[in-house]
Design a binder for this molecule. Structure first.
Ligand code: PLP
Length: 365
């Protein structure tokens, strides 16, 4: 069977991850090989650059974005701690679930899905939360939340941002904005295979973390050796778990591509292609789901026209044009499509391909 490479939530007539795939095909390095340790160090440097942070504790956790979410909560909140979570999509809901499993008292502040969080409502939801959390780019709805404003108004609380779909896709400045902890994924705008969670935590959050988190694997205090500083004192690397060396090599390559192009250019490219797609869809008479002024360029949500079979159209896009788009999330599963233009796929030719293919299928529907 031949498999043509496609990106997640996006089309790809050619291999969309050339550098990252090539890195995966290199001879495997052992996880304690000095060459791997140097690669890991450089990967952490590259992550600092894309997160725009000087946090020394910036590293790829060996698990997917959800583990980054779990690591953030399990290390900072315990039973009875108050956590305010802004919720306007699936991943905000997931944050509440994870925080509740840590025993936190969760104050959930909902906004309508497809609309941004109300910053004042989130910031005034509790007088003294330990942590305030929000998703920067809600992949489930295509909405950008104003995490800069949330972080600016956090007061004494810690502020946690989910940056799974925002890192290397839209403007993000961890240090300048005052984000204390953030996690991401590799499979979105960085354009690497899924499986790692770029994570960063500043000194402020580090000093307030709980002493004995209810997770062994995600206890950041034990991960010190993984990033070059011993969990206790004394420095030097200590074994914690076997690092997924090939995945790190792949991330290193993907980040290299982003930095070579230039982070600002990459962000601009995402903005331009997202706008072109959204304009094109509206010109075809389609209605966008996410509120105007708050739309993500890298993830576009569009309403399925009345009378059109969402699943059939997605199936045809995949079979005839090698384009994968997503269904909506939650209540809008059958009524919304999600189109990702991330990383390598944020390109004008891909926009033309999607608009042409979708237009052709809809004309026949
Ligand atoms: N947060 C957001 C905003 C996401 O889009 C995703 C995945 O799509 C996650 C968290 C979870 O990441 P993963 O599926 O890599 O565990």
């Amino acid at each position: 069977m031949s498999v043509v490479a496609r990106t997640l939530l996006g089309p790809g007539p050619t291999n969309p991850y050339p550098e990252a795939t090539a890195a995966l095909a290199q001879p495997l390095l052992g996880h304690l090989d000095p060459a791997f340790l140097a690669l890991l160090d450089e990967t952490c440097d590259r992550l600092r650059a894309v997160y725009r942070t000087d946090n020394r504790r910036t590293l790829p956790l060996s698990a997917t974005g959800s583990a980054g979410m779990e690591a953030a909560f399990v290390n900072t909140v315990g039973p009875g701690d108050v956590v305010v979570v802004g919720v306007n999509g699936l991943f905000g809901v997931r944050m509440c679930d994870v925080a509740a499993r840590c025993g936190a008292e969760v104050v959930r502040v909902d906004a309508i899905w497809g609309h941004p969080l109300d910053v004042d409502a989130v910031l005034s939801a509790h007088p003294a939360p330990k942590l305030i959390a929000a998703v920067h780019a809600e992949t489930s709805t295509g909405i950008r939340n104003d995490v800069a404003a949330l972080a600016a108004g956090k007061g004494d609380a810690l502020f946690l941002a989910d940056c799974v779909t925002s890192l290397a896709g839209i403007e993000l400045a961890v240090d300048d904005w005052g984000i204390d902890l953030a996690y991401s994924g590799t499979q979105k705008c960085i354009g690497v295979a899924p499986g790692l969670s770029p994570f960063t935590i500043n000194d402020r959050a580090w000093e307030r973390r709980i002493e004995r988190p209810q997770s062994w694997y995600l206890d950041l205090g034990m991960l010190g050796g993984y990033v070059g500083e011993a969990a206790s004192s004394g420095g030097g690397r200590t074994y914690h778990h076997t690092a997924p060396t090939a995945m790190v090599a792949s991330l290193h390559a993907g980040l290299g591509r982003v930095l070579e192009e230039g982070l600002d250019s990459v962000i601009e490219r995402h903005a331009a292609t997202g706008a072109a797609l959204q304009d094109g869809l509206q010109a075809m008479g389609l209605e966008l789901f996410a509120a105007q002024g708050h739309r993500l360029p890298e993830l576009t949500t569009v309403r399925v026209p009345a009378g059109v079979d969402s699943l059939a159209v997605r199936g045809e896009l995949l079979a005839r044009y090698n384009i994968e788009i997503g269904a909506g999330a939650g209540e809008s599963a059958a009524t919304v499509w999600r189109i990702g233009l991330m990383g390598y796929n944020a390109r004008p030719d891909i926009v033309t391909l999607i608009l042409g293919a979708l237009g052709e299928i809809l004309r026949r529907s």
